[in-house]
Structures are given as structure tokens and as C-alpha cells.
Design a protein around this ligand. Structure first.
Ligand code: TXA
Ligand code: MG
Length: 308
């Protein structure tokens, strides 16, 4: 299917991706169409194996090589120079390319069997919640893709961390499933560039993104009383909130941030389907993968426009 220009959605350890042959400009164009994704938002190219990186792009900087060796397969996306064979539509015309080796057997076997690099963004419509289950893909993209491989719920539940380590000072372009603290063990201190909606270096960093259809409001721990209530849903980190809520979801009763990240989008999909008028969400502790969870919640909350 991939070799003949089709779209195949598949599980990775982070979220489901919708893949096309990255060497085929027409196939890549179909991804933008299926996702209703603006053409200025470049795709991540997925490889089956660490060794495929230098085959595709040639020599890379020592920092990029060190990160790939340490963290691939895994939830890290690296920025490299775009090789000749990758059509510009994949990178939205940039001279750089995002690339990663996912840590998921089904994904790697699919890419290896296709025998081509696979361009794959998250398998959701642009700006909406990322899919962590095959059902989410079917609901969101439906007939726009030829095939969905069902690998069950994804392990990390949140997208890969994107790092540009081409220069002397590595920069995190998108917080993600690989915590900054882990990266820094290899690279030393890294800067985190949150990006802006004005100049989307990594449009996963647009202010309003990863958003449920239902308006979501991010609150500090003390605030919930007085807002929301009987018609609203509540997204808690570890403790159930006081008061009357139409639906309550707890990310991790044991306070485990990895579990919270893994469940985040699934729980938001559920609250979004619960028929509530709003979602009130608490931030999680801002450490490790918790930083990426808070980043997603802040962007989801950017759609909040109080009616009164
Ligand atoms: O975990 C993931 O990364 C998932 C799975 C499917 O691999 N993919 C994913 O893709 O999240 P997507 O398209 O939803 O997000 C890709 C992000 C976008 O924010 C895009 O702007 C950024 O990567 N990106 C792609 N190429 C880039 C480049 N050359 N420079 C900077 N950012 C880039
Ligand atoms: Mg995405």
C-alpha cells in the first residue's frame, strides 16, 4: 500500500501516525489533504533502523549521531539537513528534515517491509487531539486513509520530543515523551524553545493545538471552585476533585507522570465525547514528561473563550 502511494495509519510508541512513502511527493501531498493540514507544517520522516539515518542523509553532526545512538529507537525526533531524495513537500520547503526511528515493532516492521522512509504526522485532523488508539484514527480520519493497523493503545501517549542538535547548542523545538532531563545527560544543558504561533518553527508548537472540540480551561490547584460544575468535565492529575461534575477523569491515582502522559489524549477523547459543556483541567507537576503534558494542556486551553 505504501509503495503504491497509499496512506497507512500505524501505531508508534508515542501516538498513531498516518504514513506515506516519503520519497513520493504525491503520496505526501495526500497526507496534507487527509489531515487538512496547512502545507507550511512539515512532516517527520520515519526510519526502520538507526543505521538507515546515514544511508538516507549522509554524515550527521556528532551531537545528532550521539542522540540517535542513545535514544533510537525511541520518542526523539532529530532535525537534519534534507537529503536530495526527499521531495520538498515533505519538509514544507525547508532545507531541514525531521526524522526518527519509532520504538514499536509494528511500525518498524511496516517501514522495513515498505523498503522506503515513511513520512508520518500524527493521525488526526490538524489541530485536534492526537490519536493513541486505532479507534481514534478511524473516528478522526475515517475514509481518508486506506488502512489502519491496530496495535492497541500506545505506550507513551504523547508525541516525540523534537531536538535540533545540528549546531553547537542543542534546542528542544517541541517538548515530548523523552524528558529534557534525559536529553541533557547526553548533550549537557539544552534550551527549550516554546515556539510561537507567529513563527511556527514546529507547528506542533502553535498556541492552539492538540485541542478537544469542547472548550478546555486550565486551572491552578486552588481555583476550580466556582467555575465549571455540574455540566462540566474535570481532568485531575491524581486526586478526585470536590464538588459536582458531569464527568471526572484522573490521569494517575498513584501520581505517576509516565502513566499520566500515556493516558492524557485517551482521557481527553473521552471527556470530549461525554457531552459536557466545558472541561476543567489541572496541570501536573512540571518535571520530566510532566512538562510535555502541561505543554499539551496549555495549547488545548488556548481555545477557551468564556461565554460570559
Ligand atoms: O511522536 C511523534 O512525533 C508522532 C509519531 C507519529 O511519530 N508524529 C508527530 O508528527 O507528532 P506531527 O506531524 O503531528 O508533528 C510533527 C512536528 C510538527 O510540529 C512539525 O512542525 C515539526 O514536527 N517538524 C517537522 N519537520 C520539521 C523541521 N524540519 N524543522 C522543525 N520542525 C519540524
Ligand atoms: Mg500532530
Amino acid at each position: 500500500m505504501l509503495r503504491t502511494g497509499g496512506l497507512v495509519a500505524f501505531p508508534t510508541e508515542t501516538v498513531y501516525g498516518v504514513g506515506a512513502n516519503a520519497l513520493d511527493a504525491r503520496a505526501a501531498a495526500r497526507i496534507f489533504e487527509a489531515k487538512q493540514r496547512p502545507s507550511f507544517d512539515p512532516l517527520i520522516t520515519h526510519l526502520a533502523d538507526v543505521a538507515d539515518l546515514e544511508v538516507l542523509v549522509g554524515p550527521v553532526s556528532s551531537a545528532v549521531a550521539a542522540l540517535a545512538t542513545r535514544f533510537w529507537p525511541g520518542p526523539l525526533t532529530l532535525i537534519v539537513d534534507r537529503p536530495e531524495g526527499i521531495p520538498p513537500i515533505v519538509t514544507s520547503g525547508l532545507d531541514s528534515m525531521a526524522v526518527r526511528v519509532p520504538d514499536h515493532e509494528d511500525a518498524r516492521r511496516l517501514i522495513a517491509a515498505a523498503g522506503v522512509p515513511v513520512a508520518a504526522p500524527s493521525a488526526n485532523r490538524f489541530g485536534q487531539l492526537s490519536p493513541t488508539r486505532a479507534e481514534h484514527v478511524v473516528r478522526g480520519l475515517g475514509a481518508a486513509v486506506e488502512m489502519v493497523l491496530d496495535g492497541g493503545p500506545t505506550r507513551c501517549g504523547i508525541e516525540s520530543t523534537i531536538v535540533d542538535a545540528r549546531g553547537d547548542h542543542p534546542v528542544v523545538l517541541r517538548l515530548g515523551a523523552l524528558p529534557v532531563e534525559e536529553l541533557e545527560k547526553v548533550t549537557g544543558p539544552v534550551a527549550v524553545r516554546p515556539g510561537s504561533s507567529g513563527q511556527p518553527v514546529a507547528p506542533g508548537t502553535l498556541a492552539a493545538h492538540y485541542a478537544p472540540r469542547t472548550p478546555l480551561r486550565l486551572v491552578s490547584g486552588a481555583e476550580p471552585a466556582g467555575i465549571g460544575g455540574a455540566e462540566c468535565g474535570y481532568l485531575a492529575f491524581r486526586d478526585r476533585p470536590a464538588g459536582d461534575w458531569a464527568a471526572v477523569e484522573v490521569l494517575s491515582a498513584s501520581g505517576d507522570l509516565t502513566e499520566a502522559a500515556a493516558r492524557l489524549f485517551d482521557v481527553l477523547h473521552r471527556l470530549d465525547a461525554a457531552g459536557v459543556t466545558g472541561i476543567v483541567a489541572e496541570p501536573v507537576p512540571d518535571t520530566g514528561v510532566g512538562r510535555a503534558v502541561n505543554d499539551r494542556l496549555r495549547r488545548a486551553a488556548a481555545t477557551w473563550h468564556p461565554a460570559s
